[in-house]
Design a protein around this ligand. Sequence first.
Ligand code: PXG
Ligand code: PLP
Length: 448
Amino acid sequence: MNERAASPEPSIAGLDLDALWLPFTHNRLFKREPRIVVEGTGMYYTTGDGRRILDGLSGLWCCNAGHRHPKIVEAVVQQLGRLDYSPPFQTMHDKGFELATALAALAPGDLDHVFFANSGSEAVDTALKIALAYHRARGEAGRFRFIGRAKGYHGVGFGGITVGGMVNNRKAYASALLPGVDHLPHTHDLEHMAFSRGMPTWGAHLANELENIVQLHDASTIAAVIIEPMQGSAGVIVPPVGYLERIREICDRYGILLIFDEVITGFGRLGHFFAAERFGVTPDIITFAKGVNSGMVPLGGAIVRKSIHDAFMQGPEHLVELFHGYTYSGHPLACAAGLAALEVYHSEDLMARARKLEPYLEAAIHSLKGEPHVIDVRNLGLAAAIELSPRPGGATKRAMEVFHWCFDHGAMVRYTGDIIAIGPATVAQHTEIDRIVELIRAALRVTP
Ligand code: PXG
Ligand code: PLP
């Protein structure tokens, strides 16, 4: 058993928790019962009180090759011995070009130009701005609207929360959301798809709502549709069979760009470098982050179709084509980590490994059907979620208690609302998947 040690390791004894304001965290409760991680190796963390915690979430859906993969660590250390930083405005370092070339080669269709940012949120901002500027460059500046989706998560920038569909992330900032944004309905429906294994067979018709939204606003005002091909943050909401194809068809019919936000779905989560490949649907822009370098150094970006890139390359050559970019767009350490991570994904055949693990994870997670409080289990690739009925008068508390119980007994999972989510790394062993699932089962059985 992995109970808390009586006294903390010297490394965290006396640590002052006060000054740090943690993101998306109940800070007061956390600081009374902190969970402090001091080391990570492969599938495991070590906490400040000396316990090993099995990582059921690949960090936060990002360490897809496991923690501190030695080849990625080595590449970052080497890069640090050569170049710490050079500006990406009007100069660039070699690793940025190499990584862009590698990503362009992996991306589907003619998506072959890469713009770097530092996070998923910045990647989304970048994609939205490219979409607006693209239409403007082609003389269609009237296309200013974005269509997102209910329950969508596109990071925390103002653009991202506007196209996103999570009310808690929007309500305090409602006065500052982008104008003109509309939302598709989400595809989560317990009545029709509870306990689906993989893609639900019900729900493709929900894509037809895009046609209604287009009729309402007129296609000439719509710049882009942005969706996660599989909704991650909302709790692994898997697209119905045929749904993404229909969204693609409607976008094509009306000259609307389709953006796939692949911040979670990319780099192995669904057993491929991109979900677009898995689903056989090619968007016009892909946003990525997280797994691109296995979470080692912050990196994100947007990959765009050739025709989008080329639309910008028309005016006088001495003029800047896109007024956008970040101090750390394509930081040398992040790019070095990205090149090494891609090499690891290839040389260890981790996409195929993820595909082979998928049915094992599916069987394991669906064995939780029938356990206390469980009203849905869903999965795709190396992502899965268990939805719980809310405790009367205490929504989200059950999932929070399961999360805490699992952490106290040796596994990191994720909770959001009354949903427990897991996303093991591509290097997970069967025994590790079993352990995560058995800890969740035990937690459910002791949670009132
Ligand atoms: N788009 C998508 C689809 C994401 O999943 C972002 C954008 C934003 O990325 P950054 O790097 O700015 O955080 C994300 C991030 C969760 C969880 O609980 C998911 C994310 C982040 C934190 C928690 O599932 N996704
Ligand atoms: N704020 C100030 C005052 C700045 O000078 C800059 C960049 O130069 C930024 C914000 C943006 O920072 P970043 O490029 O890291 O996004």
